[in-house]
Design a protein around this ligand. Sequence first.
Ligand SMILES: Nc1ncnc2c1ncn2[C@@H]1O[C@H](COP(=O)(O)OP(=O)(O)OP(=O)(O)O)[C@@H](O)[C@H]1O
Ligand SMILES: [Mg+2]
Length: 325
Amino acid sequence: MNAVEVESITKIFRSSIKQEGLWGSLKSVVHREYKHYTAVNDVSFTVPQGQLLGLLGANGAGKTTLLKMLSGLLVPSSGHANVLGYIPWRRKHDFLHRFSLVMGQRNQLWWDLPAADSFLLNKEIYGLEHNSFVKWRDELAERLDVADKLHVQLRRLSLGERMKCELIGALLHKPEVIFLDEPTIGLDVVAQHSLREFIHQYNRDFNTTVILTSHYMDDIEALCERVLLIDEGSLLFDGELEELSKEFSAEKVLQLDFFKPINEKDIKEFGIVTECSPERAVLRINAENTPTITAKILSEYPVADLTITAVPIEEIVRKIFVKNS
Ligand SMILES: Nc1ncnc2c1ncn2[C@@H]1O[C@H](COP(=O)(O)OP(=O)(O)OP(=O)(O)O)[C@@H](O)[C@H]1O
Ligand SMILES: [Mg+2]
């Protein structure tokens, strides 16, 4: 069963243009000019129940706009969407009880109250039974390792702890679909990692459908079996992350440490040198030739250490954008 179905959805924003100065202001009262901007352009996809889907795209690609339409905060200019059988922007009461939108850059909880107090409001809004509410809240807090933070005023918590509380608040009513818009933004590596682990485990344990955007490739790589790549509002790729790297990258990154200093020109024949200091070099090599290249380097140079990694997804994405622009 599909949890989300999107067909040819488009969002065109209209904003008025005001010319500079007082005269411009006066003129715009009488004759208002508008400019149109297509933020999401004819996007179609479906998401089966239980999938963890990643939305990738540069700043301004249209990710948040898309999630806002799927949560019913924005009405599309054209096209259809169906989330759990509902048309989101009709904002039916039942629908609002079955999904959650979490925005990493926006707080929903009360700044001056402890999270536990804010949660009481959610309990009322969603009509949750007290005992099961407390039990579920505590289980979530346990999973996120913030059980001792729920009664501390939100403003006193660290950014990571606050984000975890935001997530708890968003999950109290056990939504079947969760939209996560940059849930790890600004967090340090440790907090990012624990949030990521939580999302992964939660998705597996409860078969909840998750659509996630993130600027951190680690998040996407660790979490998403499938990704959508959006560029200037249009869907550029829909498939497995691995496929994306395969399709767009035939290179490997070879990192070498040497016992003795070497010259850049010595290793140039093997690939593109992206970094070279006397005792360390990083090269882009043709993935197919990895075995022969590494064998040759190992036999001819004073290699202390050698690692081969994939080209970072972030770079691949950047490349695709450049290619298509
Ligand atoms: N209310 C609005 N009115 C006019 N233009 C808007 C509005 N909201 C968004 N836009 C424009 O639509 C485009 C897409 O914005 P959106 O926030 O969806 O991008 P995004 O992919 O989420 O970017 P980011 O990675 O920076 O969060 C941007 O160019 C933005 O300026
Ligand atoms: Mg955004």
